[in-house]
Design a protein around this ligand. Structure first.
Ligand code: AP5
Ligand code: ZN
Length: 217
């Protein structure tokens, strides 16, 4: 399984990707989580990335392509394949991914677009709660943790992301439509694109993803 999930902020990439990881024993590489780990460690990249993320912009293509290449080369969990969440976000990143995969003769199999209207994303984003260490996400209303503001698995505190406010969301959506929508077109021409309705209940979205794989189990 070698695939990517594309979709706007709050579409459900981080909700669905761990299910794919568990079912197919592949690695889940979420570039937003990787950048937030750099921010937490206060590395030079983290400091630079935080400014860009809080403005709803994109970190440079070279940095992101190298970050993914490094993970695919060294992360043993990726031996069976991978699911990329939040990458590629530009056509240049998609081309960079293709050239690294083609060099290994392991082309991408699926590019799944989570399709949803912008208007539904405000409540998803402003209600999201995150466990920073694992990237697990909850929602105050749609998927509440068992204990308020507490991760179900570790018991550690949940936080709100600094970019999860209505104002930054509008900038993130603008960036998505300008820079990432062309990536959808890129994969359509390659014949590996599938679009699914991401406004459904999470369990129904999961069924739709399995349908793309031709898997009804
Ligand atoms: P990133 O972390 O990737 O953010 P994003 O793309 O904006 O996506 P989100 O994480 O907000 O949404 P999601 O689709 O994962 O939604 P989730 O499943 O959590 O990137 C952050 C920033 O990093 C970028 O803005 C950029 O600056 C930078 N960056 C990252 N990658 C980059 C790259 N490749 N190049 C350059 N810069 C990069 O769900 C959201 C909420 O909704 C949750 O609360 C969830 O419980 C709930 N929910 C999920 N599904 C449903 C459903 N079906 N029904 C009801 N509620 C639902
Ligand atoms: Zn996410």
């Amino acid at each position: 399984m070698r695939m990517i999930l594309i979709g706007p902020p709050g579409a459900g990439k981080g909700t669905q990707a761990p299910k794919i990881k568990d079912k197919y024993c592949v690695c889940h590489l979420a570039t937003g989580d990787m950048l937030r780990a750099q921010v937490a460690k206060k590395t030079p990249l983290g400091r630079e990335a935080k400014k860009i993320m809080d403005q709803g912009g994109l970190v440079s293509d070279d940095i992101m392509i190298n970050m993914i290449k490094n993970e695919l080369d060294t992360n043993r969990e990726c031996a069976n394949g991978f699911i990329l969440d939040g990458f590629p976000r530009t056509v240049a990143q998609a081309e960079g991914l293709d050239s690294m995969l083609n060099a290994e003769n392991k082309p991408l199999k699926h590019a799944i677009e989570l399709q949803i209207d912008d208007g539904l994303l405000v409540s998803r984003i402003t209600g999201r709660l995150v466990h920073p260490a694992s990237g697990r996400s909850y929602h105050k209303v749609f998927n509440p943790p068992k204990q308020p503001m507490t991760d179900d698995i570790t018991g550690e505190p949940l936080i709100q992301r600094s970019d999860d406010n209505a104002e930054t969301l509008q900038k993130r959506l603008g960036t998505y439509h300008a820079q990432t929508t062309p990536v959808v077109g890129y994969y359509k021409t390659k014949g590996i694109w599938s679009g699914i309705d991401a406004s459904q209940e999470p369990a129904q979205v999961w069924k739709s993803i399995l349908g793309v794989f031709g898997d009804s189990t």
